[in-house]
Ligand binder design. Structure first.
Ligand code: HEM
Length: 488
């Protein structure tokens, strides 16, 4: 090939590359007029793909921090970056102040989850419904899940099931601790929402939820073999099973109107807003799909990581165990089981849980969409653009959290993070309504685990995967071993 042809090809390549890199600018930025000069720095990347490739690569290469640190290296420590992700021009916010501003501004922002997530959660779930309806349904569902009275009632059920599960796992030989904990937390959330359904229904639903979850964070490719396609199918089956349960419950209540109200399903069927409007079956099913999902995956994973971090750090394990033994020593004779007062005395275990939530950052980010032009920390977020509130960066900021990758519960000694520096449950009007329930579940599990058991991992060097959620590749394979006699 002559030199002239080579230079010509190279020039064509450069021009095509330049044009391709400008397309997103022409499509989304140039039409903003003067506001485009107020956008944060960043790069919308190539058309359609945008920044998705480098985002997914950072996770697949087990270095999730590298995506944002790369933006930081290229564009400076501005804390906000323009990107093109999940099919939309977006702004990533990574500083505590900017995250807090976005989460607390309901006039400026609404949920902005990708359409693929909305399709999986349903058009009547919290991710899709208008603000007014969200307010009503949140009020209706949050107190029965998270209020003091509710937690007092659930405690007994949770504790009984934790004790039974640990005894069972001890006799099972090798188990996947994560899989078993997800089963346990699913059983708990099923009890709260659908107390009368039996084991068979629970097993069917649980299997479908595993497929659903793999699809929530996968590429939205609806073709056979892809995780998203399987998740859509799982949703269809969930709708069918839950729809049948709603119809059955309606019929039972019509037959016997004095039937005692037992669980959240009854509360949803009774619900009526100030205009007398009630929920239809589709609305109830979508709320169930969302709550049953949110209510077990995150707490199952968090419990596993808390137990694992302790098991890997004998000093911390012993300190947490000593705290639990102290609780038992101080317990009035005749009292059976834990009380909320005792849970509040678990100062060190509480630090272990907060540190686990920080290090794992189960919800890596949440999505919002700007309802209008909003100014945040000196930059403009244009109307219609998505906002990715990046919790993981907040939790790995070395200014607030020295040596951030290190699991260190003692960093919480006499330390209360400033607003916005610790957001494991989000914030503002969408703050997780299951936060206290989740922490209660982890505390009860750790109490019994620390007092009576140890976990022996089969593959201590099993690599960590970050998608769909942060977990050891082998789902924490190993054996639960009892270290006290059965009477202890
Ligand atoms: C360690 C456990 C948990 C973590 C880390 C977690 C995290 C979160 C986060 C970050 C959000 C905010 C989403 C947003 O801003 O858009 C959220 C929302 C939500 N969570 Fe949790 N969650 C946990 C446990 C639970 C539990 C046990 C339940 C159910 C009882 C639950 C139910 C929900 C629901 C329904 C929402 C949507 C709230 C709304 O849009 O108003 N979560 N969760």
């Amino acid at each position: 090939m002559g030199l002239g042809l080579f230079v010509g090809c190279f020039l064509v390549f450069l021009i095509v590359r330049w044009v391709a890199r400008k397309i997103n600018y022409w499509l989304y930025e140039s039409k903003l007029g003067a506001a485009r000069y107020e956008l944060p720095p960043g790069d919308l990347g190539l058309p359609l793909i945008g920044n998705m490739w480098s985002f997914l690569r950072s996770f697949k290469s087990n270095n999730p921090e590298s995506f944002v640190s790369d933006l930081l290296r290229r564009f400076g420590r501005t804390g906000m970056y323009k990107v093109y992700m999940f099919g939309h021009p977006s702004i990533i916010v990574t500083t505590p102040e900017a995250c807090r501003r976005v989460l607390n501004d309901d006039d400026g922002f609404k949920p902005g989850w990708p359409t693929s997530t909305e399709k999986l959660m349903g058009r009547k779930s919290f991710v899709s419904i208008p603000d007014q309806e969200h307010k009503w349904l949140r009020k209706l569902t949050a107190a029965p899940v998270n209020g003091f009275e509710a937690l007092t009632v659930y405690m007994k059920y949770i504790e009984e099931n934790v004790v039974i599960a640990l005894e069972k796992w001890e006799n099972m030989g090798q188990i996947e601790l994560l899989t078993e904990l997800r089963r346990l937390t699913f059983k708990i959330i099923m009890h709260i929402f659908l107390s009368s359904e039996g084991e068979h229904v629970r097993e069917v639903l649980e299997k479908e939820y595993t497929a659903l979850n793999y699809g929530v964070r996968a590429m939205a490719i609806n073709l056979p073999g892809f995780a998203y396609h399987k998740a859509l199918k799982a949703r269809k089956r969930l709708v069918a099973v839950l729809g049948a349960i709603v119809s059955k419950r309606r019929a039972e209540r019509e037959e016997d109107p004095s039937r005692p109200r037992r669980d959240m399903m009854d509360a949803l069927l009774d619900a009526e807003d100030e205009n007398g409007r009630r929920l239809d079956d589709e609305g109830i099913v979508d709320i169930l799909i969302m709550y049953l999902n949110a209510g077990h995956e995150s707490s199952g994973h968090t419990t596993m990581w808390a137990a694992l971090f302790l098991q890997q750090n004998p000093d911390m394990f012993n300190k947490a165990k000593a705290e639990q033994e102290e609780i038992i020593r101080n317990r009035p004779s005749g009292q059976k089981g834990l009380t909320l007062k005792e849970i509040r005395k678990m100062d060190y275990v509480n630090k272990v849980i907060d540190e686990t939530l920080r290090v794992v950052s189960f919800s890596l980010m949440v999505f919002r969409e700007a309802k209008k032009y909003v100014s945040v920390c000196g930059y403009t977020i244009p109307k219609g653009w998505k906002v990715l509130v990046w919790f993981r960066s907040v939790h790995y900021d070395s200014e607030t959290w020295p040596d951030p990758k290190k699991f260190n519960p003692s960093r919480w000694d006499d330390f209360i993070p400033k607003a916005g520096n610790f957001l494991p449950f989000g914030g503002g009007s969408r703050l997780c309504p299951g936060n206290d329930l989740a922490k209660l579940e982890v505390s009860i599990f750790l109490h019994h685990f620390l007092l009576n058991y140890e976990f022996d991992r089969a593959n201590p060097d099993s690599p960590v995967m970050y998608l769909p959620h942060t977990r050891p590749k082998d789902n924490c394979l190993g054996k639960i071993k009892r270290v006290t006699s059965k009477t202890a």
